[in-house]
Design a protein around this ligand. Structure first.
Ligand SMILES: [Mg+2]
Ligand SMILES: [Zn+2]
Length: 209
């Protein structure tokens, strides 16, 4: 069964976006790189509040502008069909002792207040113990490692090709059988690939939890 959370709290670097030397990787033209599975996994979350919470002390250190930091999230939001409901960025110095720098739970509390979120029913996804600790301190009911959250996408969405004799009952049955192998997963998609010859059909089955 698909689990219904009240909201999703995602970390940014190393969870949604690729890192380079511990900072968000950014091309010369300012483009960020979404990690594998992020797009496929965020799109179906539409209808549930999706938040991003990130520490960007590089702003306080003068290495990153506030506009660039906000632009990171705008770029993801464009790529994932605007499913991100809201976000918070802690731009303070690591030693400022602010209540928002993770693992402190300030950003989570702020978003929960603004959007009336039941945190016990929410889930947080991150890639560091800072994220895990923040979830605990905030009282978020579930914490998942980004690797595990996106793992199934990567694992199952590998190309699975099934060849069937074209226009035969046998072919249709074997395709249905292959598709039903993933019936325990809530999201499945069957995509017809190019036929390699007149008598064969090729399907790619994409499934994710
Ligand atoms: Mg991270
Ligand atoms: Zn802060």
């Amino acid at each position: 069964m698909e689990k219904h959370y009240s909201a999703y709290f995602f970390d940014l670097g190393g969870t949604l976006l690729a890192l380079e030397q511990d900072e968000i990787a950014c091309s010369e033209t300012g483009k960020v790189t979404l990690l594998p599975g992020v797009k496929d996994h965020l799109l179906p979350l539409r209808g549930t509040p999706v938040f991003v919470i990130t520490n960007q002390a590089a702003v306080a250190l003068g290495q990153l502008s506030e506009a660039t930091a906000r632009g990171f999230i705008d770029q993801i939001n464009v790529a994932v069909g605007q499913v991100i409901t809201d976000y918070r960025i802690c731009m303070h110095h690591p030693l400022a002792g602010c209540p928002c720098r993770k693992p402190q739970p300030g950003m989570v509390f702020d978003l929960a207040r603004t959007h009336t979120i039941n945190l016990a029913q929410a889930v947080s996804i991150g890639d560091t113990t800072n994220d895990e600790q923040c979830a605990q301190l905030a009282g978020i009911g579930t914490f998942l490692w980004a690797h595990d959250f996106f793992h199934s996408v990567r694992l199952i969405s590998q190309h699975m090709l099934f060849f069937h004799p074209h226009h035969t009952n046998e072919g249709r049955q074997s395709e249905q059988k292959a598709f039903s192998l993933f019936s325990f997963l809530p999201h499945r998609r069957r995509k017809r690939e190019s036929a390699s010859n007149q008598n064969l059909l090729c399907f790619k089955i994409i499934a994710w939890t």
